[in-house]
Design a protein around this ligand. Structure first.
Ligand SMILES: NC(=O)c1ccc[n+]([C@@H]2O[C@H](COP(=O)([O-])OP(=O)(O)OC[C@H]3O[C@@H](n4cnc5c(N)ncnc54)[C@H](O)[C@@H]3O)[C@@H](O)[C@H]2O)c1
Ligand SMILES: [Zn+2]
Ligand SMILES: [Zn+2]
Length: 361
């Protein structure tokens, strides 16, 4: 029997999102039906609504979620009804070239549910990032469910499903931040602050937060920034050099996705340092750099998708660190809201008033 639930749908480009009745099939082979408890509002949901990802409207939004498995289809052995899970958009296939080389965090053929969720009239929905969790129930591939300690609050745990994992992983996995490093993070929204929290966890000695908004810099201190730079008032490259004995930072994380801030990151790193681009640029953006500088500075210029995470490895570990009080996931939850407040939450996000609004179901 299919399930009729409420979900937040973007019908067409730029139109306000609205709650609609969603028809969710029972899980088929390899699939899981999840009762969603919490789902964060991420910038990517807004990108979907604006047609910035693709044109496959209508979208069922929401992808930063935690919940409880209600039912599983044939052949599912890793999760069972009653399990508390974080949903992920990297259910690795185990078969592609990346997986076979032992680098599943680059998997090129990640799994999603085979069956479609629909509107009441049968129109097929495109779930955001193959998840669609601004809904009371959602259907995913069982590999998209990562079981974690149920003692964690769903609102906090769900954030590991996207933005917070992306930032933490950009510092720890992609940037390889380690004890004693100097780190600068440009852009201190949810993703940048997670990079700061990751740098602190990894033992960085100096963590420099850069933003144009003093309120964001204040929050960044709470996650572990040792120094802050308002780049509207101060040249961030000069400031980062000064704060690192004239050298530049070992690792610079760019968490905005703009050419001018990428350029700041490029020049603010030490010789042989690492730049990690985790902010997502738009297709029109270009950057010009002296090739001699790219060569002469050595080191590496990397980008980070989903923090190069492996959900099965990283989610349970990070939830444990959270439960031990070593990772402040609650600090990212600026407010909890209802399903009917997602559109308002987009406005708060654009005005910089929140790190994360989280829908509680
Ligand atoms: N790579 C991934 O897998 C992944 C996953 C999730 C999100 N993202 C991307 O990460 C980026 C950040 O996401 P977020 O949720 O933290 O967004 P956000 O809007 O909450 O944060 C952006 C921050 O950058 C600051 N900022 C803007 N312009 C600036 C400038 N010129 N100089 C300094 N600071 C500036 C803002 O004040 C804000 O604090 C987005 O591009 C998002 O799409 C990437
Ligand atoms: Zn694969
Ligand atoms: Zn996201």
């Amino acid at each position: 029997m299919p399930h009729e639930v409420r979900g937040v749908v973007a019908r067409s480009k730029g139109a306000q999102v609205a709650i609609e009745t969603i028809v969710v099939p029972d899980p088929g082979p390899g699939e899981a039906l999840v009762q969603v408890q919490s789902c964060g509002v991420c910038h990517t949901d807004l990108h979907y609504r604006e047609g910035g990802i693709n044109d496959e409207f209508p979208f069922l939004l929401g992808h930063e979620a935690a919940g409880v498995v209600e039912a599983v289809g044939d052949g599912v052995t890793d999760v069972a009804p009653g399990d508390f899970v974080i949903l992920n958009w990297r259910a690795v296939c185990g078969q592609c070239r990346a997986c076979l080389r032992g680098r599943p965090w680059y998997c090129f053929a990640t799994h999603n549910a085979a069956q479609k969720m629909t509107l009441a009239d049968g129109t097929e929905l495109s779930p955001a990032l193959g998840i669609g969790a601004f809904a009371e129930k959602t259907l995913v591939h069982a590999g998209q469910c990562t079981k974690v300690n149920p003692a964690a609050s769903p609102a906090a745990a769900g954030l590991l499903g996207c933005g917070v994992m992306a930032g933490l992983g950009a510092a720890i996995n992609t940037g390889g931040v380690t004890r004693g490093d100097s780190v600068a993070v440009i852009g201190c929204g949810g993703v940048g602050d997670a990079a700061i929290a990751g740098a602190r966890l990894a033992g960085a000695a100096k963590i420099i937060a850069v933003d144009i908004d003093d309120r964001k810099l204040e929050w960044a201190r709470g996650f572990g920034a040792t120094d802050t730079v308002n780049s509207r008032e101060t040249d961030p490259v000069e400031a980062i050099r000064e704060l690192t004995g004239g050298h530049g930072a070992d690792v610079v994380v760019e968490a905005i996705g703009r050419p001018e801030t990428y350029e700041q990151a490029f020049y603010a790193r030490d010789l042989a340092g690492t730049v990690v681009l985790v902010g997502v640029p738009t297709p029109d953006m270009k950057i010009e750099l002296p090739l001699l500088e790219v060569f002469g500075r050595g080191g590496s210029l990397k980008s980070s998708w989903y923090g190069d995470c492996l959900p099965s490895r990283d989610f349970p570990m990070l939830v444990d660190l959270y439960l031990q009080g070593r990772l402040d996931l609650d600090g990212f939850v600026s407010e909890t809201i209802g399903l009917d407040e997602v559109e308002e939450a987009f406005g708060k996000m654009e005005r910089g008033e929140v790190l994360r609004s989280v829908v509680n179901l």
